[in-house]
Design a protein around this ligand. Structure first.
Ligand SMILES: [Zn+2]
Length: 253
């Protein structure tokens, strides 16, 4: 996870003025969860917490959220699952340099390493990255914001971004920084909750994925396609999922 301070130009406004994904101006309030108001853009279906919580408000939550004991217990299973995903899509990647954005304790980095990639991972969580370095020394790790990556962390061929984008106060800023590290033609595999999935309850706030301030943005396929296109990625395809999960393969132009 890497956090960037969001734009605060309308911090005091009670209603959003434009959709960060499509620029639309019409919204429906869909409810309140843990005191945070959630709106839906009627043009693209993007759902979002508004106002966006401040970075300090979010950081306070992650202090508590980053208890990794529960992850560590399941770590080997996560490595195996990530190996399956990497194997499934590696034929679409044109090279050997892999990076996991939001790598947590490094299970996907380890998976890529075992499969012969030069494997890198970045995460804002110092504690998680400390565990990754110790448990999976075959990978390279960076603790901090994506904007703070070392200069030679570049020319990646294959990027993972698993359950990260919904947490980011400013997904646009994150992508602007992230994409400079990828080669043209690089493959991106991104997953996030699917707000357009048939199984999402009519009462949006009853959906299990709605838990602000951890989850701030809820994409639909349409919103995700627009977002990726705006950042210079071409959607290869959405991978079918029985669960309310968007899984997208995209290529940097
Ligand atoms: Zn929109």
């Amino acid at each position: 996870m890497t956090l960037t301070e969001p734009m605060r130009t309308e911090a005091t406004a009670l209603e959003p003025s434009s959709c960060m994904i499509c620029g639309g101006h019409t919204f429906r309030p869909v409810g309140i969860s843990s005191g945070y108001r959630i709106f839906r853009c009627t043009d693209c279906g993007f759902h979002f917490v508004y106002p966006t919580p401040s970075l300090s408000e979010i950081a306070a939550i992650y202090e508590k959220y980053s208890s990794n004991t529960h992850y560590s217990a399941k770590a080997e299973r996560k490595v195996v699952r990530a190996m399956k995903q990497i194997r499934r899509y590696r034929h679409l990647a044109h090279g050997n340099r892999f990076i996991d954005f939001g790598c947590n304790i490094g299970t996907a980095v380890e998976a890529a390493h075992r499969l012969g990639f030069e494997a890198y991972g970045v995460d804002i969580g110092e504690e998680s990255v400390g565990i990754a370095r110790k448990e999976y020394p075959g990978g390279h790790y960076h603790a901090g914001a994506v904007e703070s990556l070392p200069a030679d962390w570049k020319d990646f061929d294959f990027a993972f971004m698993i359950e990260v984008i919904e947490h980011l106060p400013d997904p646009h800023a994150y992508f602007e920084a992230m994409k400079t590290r990828l080669k043209p033609g690089a493959l991106l595999y991104l997953t996030t909750p699917d707000a357009g999935h048939w199984s999402v309850p009519k009462d949006f706030t009853a959906w299990k994925e709605v838990f602000p301030p951890q989850h701030l943005h809820y994409f639909t396929k349409d919103a995700m396609r627009r977002f990726l296109t705006d950042h210079g990625f071409e959607v290869i395809r959405f991978v079918w999922s029985a669960k309310s999960r968007l899984k997208v393969l995209a290529r940097k132009r």
